[in-house]
Design a protein around this ligand. Sequence first.
Ligand code: GLN
Length: 551
Amino acid sequence: MTRYIFITGGVVSSLGKGLASAALGALLQARGYSVRLRKLDPYLNVDPGTMSPTQHGEVYVTDDGAETDLDLGHYERFTGVSSRQSDNVTTGRIYQDVLAKERRGDYLGGTVQVIPHVTNEIKAFVLNETEGTDFILCEIGGTVGDIESLPFLEAIRQLGNDLPRGQTAYIHATLVPFIKAAGELKTKPTQHSVKELRSIGIQPDVLLCRSEREIPANEQRKIALFCNVRESAVIQGLDCRSIYDVPLAYHAEGLDSEVLRVFGIDNPPPPDLSRWEAIQERIENPEGTVKIAIVGKYTDLQDAYKSLGEALVHGGMANRVDVELQWIESETFEQPDAVQRLEGVDGILVPGGFGERGAEGKIAAATFARIKNVPYLGICFGMQMAVIEAARNLAELPGASSTEFGPCSDPVVGLMTEWSDGNSLQTRGIDDDKGGTMRLGEYKCQLQEGSKVNNVYANGAADDSNLGLMISERHRHRYEVNINYRAKLEAVGLRFSGLSPDGALPEIVELVDHPWFIGVQFHPELKSKPFEPHPLFASFIAAAVDQMRLV
Ligand code: GLN
């Protein structure tokens, strides 16, 4: 039997609803249940793929190539369960499907309405692909009271009646703010938010009250009374030092046992929290700090690089060090000598990105890392810029560039119009739609035996006699390093150490004469977990630790 947990939010956005959902998923898993997490997003974009990262944060890509909300990244990092296309939907996609059916005549001449047609589509989404899963946790984006959220709230309300009794639970996350002038925590916003929710027919079973201070017992009682929930169901959610403390903190407040009680599970299996205790122990006892510069374009909003920041934290955990991140706008490196600012950092990371602005600054950062022997990790765009750097400055191709920035004499990075996906050939035209038309999702990559990166993935166990490993990583890009420049670049020390299985697409490059300089066409940060740091990040931070000792 599959049970459904719906998580809504009220009062303000950015309450950490996604993290709370992910943490609850992890806690249920710790008790032996299988979970899957889903996100319903009320905005009208069909998916977040076309939205600016500075507005909406990172686009999280799944193995099956869906461009999804960044909360799915938290879900994966906390539960290890790979998200799928079927785990994230937006109003835009729901309407796209409803309108396609209307055009096909599927509604047989009926009037197409929000209730029942849109809500039915939402319900079908929630109930799809759930077999064998004990709990589906379904987070509703936005805040109660938003016009856009209404059809989703109506749909989850209906599901409470459609499904057998005892198979659904509603959690509402709210804010209990501290008003300095009064010196008090205020429960009124929570009362109003729950009133709003109840007016559309949803009575929450559990309230997760986010607060920066302890909520006294009498205030908790007041919330219970006015919001019509049991006292034990008012769970306080205090700010945590690290997001990876959240599962243990919410467990201590009784979140998981209270949710299970809603389903009539009064004596659940005891949780095994050792994974989270071990993580907490590592976070709390670092043996040093490394400084990593992230030279990118969307540095104003760190959500734009959410998974990247987390993967670096995981790399730090693997090496028992704190990672201090310096976010640097790459355009600043386009002034003469500005790149000297990188003096003293222990590692340089150039992340994914799009468009010409700031590209020269990223190339300058790659030059700095190469010449000064500073560890360099280039991800997607960051790999492409490292290749341009080597082509211009080592292979004497001054006109080397990417066709993403317009025509050039040496297109060492070019538009990919054809590639193989398993046995089928994928083709793209230059003027194709922008949405959903990149090389997206998981693709295999053959590592070269004896290469540095093979050693990284083999966790130090490989030696030159080992065959190269076959790895699989997630992609999101339109352009590729041009395989035709391989011989020229390898001759000057930039080895193509990872290729697509057909040998046509360069996936990884590394500098032979450098302590740690690796560029990857894929996004390793999307698969890193706190309990399983990605080998590239663990190794990059290890190299940064060595660098720190040198200085
Ligand atoms: N703009 C580059 C491309 O489309 C890189 C994309 C990225 O870094 N994700 O290939």
